[in-house]
Design a protein around this ligand. Structure first.
Ligand SMILES: NC(=O)c1ccc[n+]([C@@H]2O[C@H](COP(=O)([O-])OP(=O)(O)OC[C@H]3O[C@@H](n4cnc5c(N)ncnc54)[C@H](O)[C@@H]3O)[C@@H](O)[C@H]2O)c1
Length: 278
């Protein structure tokens, strides 16, 4: 059985993907009310994902593989636990430590965190067996995504990396293996391109549409860096850039235009305006 701790945006998507791949999944939430709401959301998401795959007639069967509860299952029945809690280091460390204690008798179980920015090494220090721990950074919405970043901490064993890679492949994702470092591979490179595109708007080099077209038509990117910033949220990308600037240096320093847009509430698609009007 697969256990997903935290049944929000990411945990729900991860759970649906494993169920679609034929695995029994338990989602663990912290209160019965939240568990019930998560259960409704996850089942609605399963219906959408199964219909898109022309598997609507299997929804009943696949649904039987999914359960949402406030309790962990019997430890010996579990092969993989994925932590998908909010991005709060102290919360993650304390829940990981209690997971570690609950599964102490199962020396085969693999533990992974879906953190998008926290160092795997710091989360691992809350654990008795850091060799069986790694990052599995999924992308939203998970059932429609194609990539998983396997983040390798200093103490992560090779066997753990291989197992995590195999789970990614089982879900139909392409796994990439990345050293535990700020922004992993995807955020570091994606944000670097996004920041340069924003500096180009600031410098009046070209319009947002034309900068995006340069990447889409010239370099075959499926979406331009500015439209993508609007979809992710200008505020979300500002926070990532600030984190990367603190960790990797001033090349990730957010452009002034980005700060002004966030102050003015131009956050992208979610606020109706960013580099584009939505
Ligand atoms: N949202 C994204 O696009 C995205 C993409 C990649 C990675 N991530 C990462 O995934 C993780 C989860 O993000 P999210 O967007 O799904 O967050 P979310 O807020 O939607 O979900 C978090 C869930 O954890 C639950 N939770 C909180 N405390 C708990 C506890 N003690 N025990 C059990 N459950 C508890 C909450 O009730 C909530 O359902 C974060 O580390 C985030 O950085 C997010």
């Amino acid at each position: 059985m697969i256990v997903v701790v935290g049944g929000g945006t990411m945990g729900g998507g991860i759970a649906v993907s494993f169920a679609l791949a034929g695995k029994e999944v338990r989602v663990v939430e912290h209160t019965p009310e939240i568990a019930e709401a998560a259960n409704d959301r996850i089942r609605a998401s399963l219906e959408r994902a199964a219909s898109k795959r022309d598997r609507a007639d299997e929804i009943g069967e696949i649904g039987k593989l999914l359960s949402v509860d406030t309790e962990h299952p019997e430890p010996s029945t579990v092969e993989l636990i994925i932590e998908a809690l909010p991005e709060d280091q102290e919360l993650k460390r304390s829940v990981l430590a209690s997971i570690d204690a609950h599964y102490a008798g199962n020396t085969e179980v693999l533990l992974a965190s879906n953190t998008s920015s926290l160092p795997i090494g710091e989360l691992a220090s809350a654990l008795e067996a850091p060799d069986r721990f790694c990052g599995m950074h999924f992308f939203n919405p998970v059932p429609a995504s194609q990539l998983v970043e396997i983040v390798v901490g200093e103490e992560t064993s090779e066997e753990t990396v291989e197992q995590a890679r195999a789970y990614g492949t089982l879900l139909g994702l392409t796994p990439i293996v990345v050293k535990d470092s700020p922004g992993f591979a995807s955020s570091r490179l994606g944000v670097a391109l996004g920041l340069e595109a924003i500096r180009m708007v600031e410098d009046g080099v070209a319009s947002a549409e034309d900068i995006d077209a340069a990447m889409m038509l010239g370099y075959k990117h499926p979406i331009g860096p500015l439209r993508l910033t609007d979809l992710v949220g200008v505020d979300v990308r500002l926070a990532i850039a600030e984190h990367l600037a603190a960790e990797l240096g001033e090349r990730f320093e957010p452009p002034q235009l980005m700060r002004e847009m966030v102050s003015a509430g131009k956050l992208g698609k979610k606020s109706g305006e960013g580099f584009y009007v939505w």
